[in-house]
Ligand binder design. Structure first.
Ligand code: FAD
Ligand code: SIN
Length: 525
């Protein structure tokens, strides 16, 4: 037997997008924010470089717009970008008024440069802990709101959809299944970096929201566009810890294993070329020199400056026996961000009534084929806020007087897989995604990945699990398959999607690919 609970708004995920949405919907009704781990465990918490916003004296909203469009390589939704850059300043000022302490130079906010930004426009906090500061402020703000309840270690398993309307989700808490009924549900589950063996993303980023939405018929869009961050720490047995792009913004240089600088051979902007170009240049250089990594060299920068500007990176690298002030640091690309996700309009609406999405799980088209650095924390604030307003408008326009009498017959058989088998399947998936669906792809590699992932998908996709690792495996397999299918279907190279068998933007490249579930499997349209 499972317990039933009722709320006006259910928010799944407590990163920047979920928390910002909660603050808004909390003004209108009862809110439950569920999160599958500690409340802070999210990509938001680990975000380093900063948050982009056109607030400096030398900057303009129009220039931030142009830089975002350029990085997106022709596939941005211009309306969504306009909203991001023009509503961004208001969302940041609000955050500062709630207590966010961004770094300053004298009495003025300090802005740094990151790749493909033509102005210094990236705000940062405590040097390289920008995400932690934003998460802290949002959690504090949410804690003051009586209407908003938080449930940690509570995992969403599946969305409940009846007669085409999302009316909540099945949750898992300490092996108990809870039926949570809500008038509107906002997915804010973040990204899916964990489908790759080499990733900067924390363990919670397993694509759950995308897979849950797909299972109930939501459209997913632009799934082939995965951003690989150029500079994650590379050393056997050590996690792919991020070395922020802001380090290159402050002058750090990339060098190959012979100590030669190489970025100018690939792009006139050198180290500050768009992220997809830098990642591919690093891979080319690794292949050319037959090495597993390149180096990020900061030794020419002042030691105290480095320690103060990048305190978390300095101390974390030191923990792994690398001193950024004294030696070049081995780095190579790692999966970092997914530009695609659950398709939404500019108010977070999906094609399923009552289901909204915001943040990395969503695809408004704001990032196109390649995200401009430091635009995603801003996306979480701007689109978390907007999805909340979309959800309020929906709830206020519908009749919900009988929500407490909602029911959902839940009689699914619970399946079981041995823990060792789950771990094995998970690692195989992550490895094949990295090797065959990575920075550089081709029809052959994608075909091999598809066959392998499909065979796992067919074994587990229709099963119902209550073991969190098995639930994640099912979701990761679904998302891995959808990324691979989309990458196979896009027979051209755009932004972060690069195929050696179709190296150019060939006719038809402007078309976005959407995927939806069908009775026969799925359809790309
Ligand atoms: P997250 O912050 O990832 O939050 C997702 C939430 O959903 C978590 O609380 C998670 O536990 C929960 N969740 C997931 N699945 C379930 C489930 N089934 N049930 C319940 N809860 C669930 N972007 C920038 O703009 N600037 C940066 O400097 C920057 N640096 C980064 C550094 C790192 C190391 C990483 C990994 C990312 C960085 N990014 C940066 C990207 C940015 O941090 C993310 O895109 C953004 O924080 C995503 O916010 P979100 O709210 O959508 O998701
Ligand atoms: C970084 O600090 O390099 C990450 C910035 C981002 O992902 O936007």
């Amino acid at each position: 037997m499972s317990e039933s609970i009722y709320t006006d708004y259910l928010i799944i995920g407590s990163g920047v997008a979920g928390l910002r949405a909660a603050i808004e919907v909390g003004k209108k009704g009862k809110v439950l924010v569920v999160t599958k781990d500690l409340p802070t465990e999210s990509s938001t918490e680990y975000a380093q470089g900063g948050i982009a916003v056109a607030l400096s004296d030398e900057d303009e909203i129009g220039i931030h717009f142009e830089d975002t469009i350029k990085a997106g390589d022709g596939l941005c939704n211009e309306e969504a970008v306009k909203i991001l850059v023009s509503e961004g300043p208001e969302r940041i000022i609000e955050l500062i008024n709630w207590g966010a302490e961004f770094d300053k130079e004298g009495s003025k906010l300090a802005f740094t440069l990151e790749a493909a930004h033509s102005r210094k426009r990236v705000l940062h906090a405590h040097g390289d802990s920008t995400g932690r500061e934003i998460e802290r402020v949002l959690i504090n703000k949410v804690s003051t709101l009586e209407n908003v309840k938080k449930a940690s270690f509570t995992m969403a398993i599946d969305l409940i959809v009846e007669e085409g309307k999302c009316i909540g989700a099945l949750l898992l808490k300490e092996k108990e299944i809870i039926k949570c009924f809500s008038k509107a549900t906002i997915l804010a589950t973040g990204g899916a970096g964990q489908v790759y063996s080499r990733t900067t993303n924390p363990k919670v980023c397993t694509g759950d929201g995308m897979a849950m939405a797909f299972r109930v018929g939501a459209y997913l869009k632009d799934m082939e566009f995965i951003q690989f961050h150029p500079t994650a720490l590379y050393a056997p047995g050590i996690p792919a810890f991020l070395l922020s792009e802001a380090m290159r913004g402050e002058g750090a240089r990339l060098k190959n294993i012979y100590g030669e600088e190489f970025m100018k051979n690939y792009h006139p902007l050198g180290e500050l070329a768009p992220r997809d170009i830098v990642s591919r240049a690093i891979i080319s250089e690794m292949v050319r020199t037959n090495s597993t990594h390149v180096y990020l060299d900061m030794r020419h920068l002042d030691e105290n400056f480095l320690k103060n500007r990048f305190p978390t990176i300095y101390s974390t690298c030191l923990r792994f026996s690398f001193d950024i002030t004294k030696q070049p640091i081995p780095v190579s690309p790692a999966a970092h961000f997914i530009m695609g996700g659950v398709e939404t309009d500019i108010d977070g609406r999906t094609n399923i009534k009552g289901l909204f999405a915001a943040g990395e799980v969503a695809c408004t088209g704001v990032h196109g084929a390649n995200r401009l650095a430091s635009n995603s924390l801003l996306e979480g604030l701007v689109y978390g806020y907007r999805a909340a307003h979309g959800a309020v408008e929906y709830v206020e326009g519908e009749r919900f007087d009988k929500i407490s009498s909602y029911d959902f017959k839940f009689e699914t058989k619970i399946s079981h897989i041995e823990q060792s088998e789950i771990i094995k399947m998970r690692e195989e998936l992550r490895q094949i995604m990295w090797e065959k669906v990575g920075v550089i792809r081709c029809g052959e590699s994608l075909g091999i990945a598809k066959d392998k992932i499909l065979s796992t998908y067919e074994k587990i996709a229709e099963k119902f699990f209550i073991n969190p690792l098995a639930i994640e495996l099912k979701n990761m397999t679904t998302v891995g398959l959808l990324i691979t299918e989309a990458a196979l279907s896009r027979k051209n190279s755009v932004g972060a999607h690069y195929r050696t068998d179709y190296k150019e933007k060939l006719p038809g490249w402007e078309k976005h690919l959407r995927i939806r579930k069908t009775n026969a499997g799925f359809e790309i349209f």
